[in-house]
Design a protein around this ligand. Structure first.
Ligand SMILES: Cc1cc2nc3c(=O)[nH]c(=O)nc-3n(C[C@H](O)[C@H](O)[C@H](O)COP(=O)(O)O)c2cc1C
Length: 369
């Protein structure tokens, strides 16, 4: 069978995806009653809406334990990423569905086969987001050790991915004798349709960026201050070009789109005012303890953004203002952004009806590649 286009590889249009709909709360650490429950039925409904609207990708968060706060609700209920992706690939037509995978928690031989199977289910529409780890209590919950050295985390992640890529391209059985893995007489079939799938990597440390430069199609990184982003995006793209690689940078945004700016601001103030601040403090503390993704000098700004959309770029306003925000990301050099909403199923249709046509008119996105 001829593969379908994989929208993460198929065009240069500004990519739009949905992020974290598999987790309760989505990206917002709020206690409002309409907060996202992340049921399977709602995920399916959202995925089909996003597919119908022509979005490019769906991206889950891999999370094994929720974040403690006043109430244990933020990311308490989480649909597992690879089985989630399988169900959605079987139920959608065009959209790319990405699984997010922790290197340390998943054997690479198993992952190679899982992702190849996803690609079969979606006829070439699968992708993988590689996570090298940061959340120590989660590693402890899994009985795993999170190495404190970034060089070790990413060294492990490199060998892990090298094994997967070899399994996807090698027609021969092979042995692997590495630093972290010793494998005997291994092979994996079927292969992904194109010999690989789009690879995303989310990391902010120099080692994380180096890993993305060497391996990924997309580096996934926060956009906290767009004047910094312009330089950062260009730097990683240049680093990749020096290694004859094309690397694009995507970010993540949180959206409140309403008919008027006032309505959007009122809703933003209401749900952020109802944040579980103990959980916000916990998430910020954990991020700063073990990850380097967010610039440490922007802490105050980050705290509110963590509450609102887990640190995502704010797209708060009327349809024109939201489109302006997306255009600003495009101009800063980002190749795309994910979107999250307090309640995805209730809010996405208005975004799709009002903002997507503006982006098309402005030439940032065509209807289909
Ligand atoms: C946009 C974005 C998405 C991420 N998604 C996940 C995820 O789903 N699960 C997870 O455990 N870590 C996730 N991470 C964490 C990163 O994969 C990485 O392990 C972390 O940022 C620490 O690496 P660093 O110090 O190189 O930034 C994400 C990070 C970013 C910036």
């Amino acid at each position: 069978m001829t593969p379908k286009p994989n929208l993460m590889l198929a065009s240069d249009r500004f990519k739009l995806g949905i992020f974290s709909a598999n987790c309760s709360g989505g990206m917002s650490i709020t206690k409002v009653p309409e907060r996202w429950e992340a049921t399977w039925d709602d995920n399916l409904k959202l995925a089909q809406m996003a597919d119908e609207a022509g979005l490019d990708f769906l991206l889950p968060v891999a999370r094994w334990i929720g974040f403690p706060g006043e109430e244990l609700t933020f990311m308490k209920s989480v649909l597992e990423t690879t089985t989630w992706a399988a169900g959605l690939l079987a139920s959608t037509k065009d959209i790319t569905v990405i699984t997010t995978v922790h290197t340390a928690a998943n054997n690479p031989v198993v992952v190679a086969k899982q992702v190849a199977t996803l690609d079969q289910i979606g006829h070439g529409r699968a992708g993988i987001n590689v996570v090298a780890g940061w959340f120590k209590p989660e590693y402890e919950a899994l009985g795993l050790n999170l190495p404190s050295e970034h060089t070790v985390r990413y060294g492990y992640a490199q060998e892990w991915l090298d094994i997967i890529l070899k399994l996807w391209t090698s027609e021969e059985r092979f042995d692997w004798d590495g630093t972290y893995f010793q494998l005997k007489d291994v092979h994996s079939d079927p292969k992904p349709y194109r010999g690989s799938v789009p690879i995303l990597n989310a990391g902010g440390s120099p080692e994380g960026r180096g890993y993305a430069v060497r391996n990924a199609n997309y580096l996934f990184t926060p956009a906290i201050d767009l004047s910094r982003s312009i330089t950062e995006v260009q730097q990683v793209k240049d680093l990749a070009a020096q290694q004859n690689r094309k690397l694009d940078v995507v970010t993540f945004s949180h959206c409140v789109c309403r008919p008027t700016e006032q309505e959007a601001q009122d809703y933003y103030k209401y749900y952020v005012g109802e944040s579980d601040w103990a959980a916000v403090d916990y998430v910020v503390k954990m991020q700063f303890a073990t990850a380097q993704s967010f610039p440490h000098d922007l802490l105050a700004l980050i705290k509110e953004r963590m509450a609102a959309g887990h640190g995502g770029f704010p797209l708060i306003g009327s349809p024109t203002q939201v489109a302006d925000g997306i255009e600003a990301l495009h101009k800063a050099g980002f190749a795309g952004t994910t979107l999250s909403f307090v309640n995805y199923v209730e809010e996405f249709p208005y975004f799709a009806e009002t903002v997507l046509p503006i982006l098309e008119q402005r030439g940032i996105r065509t209807i289909r590649p």
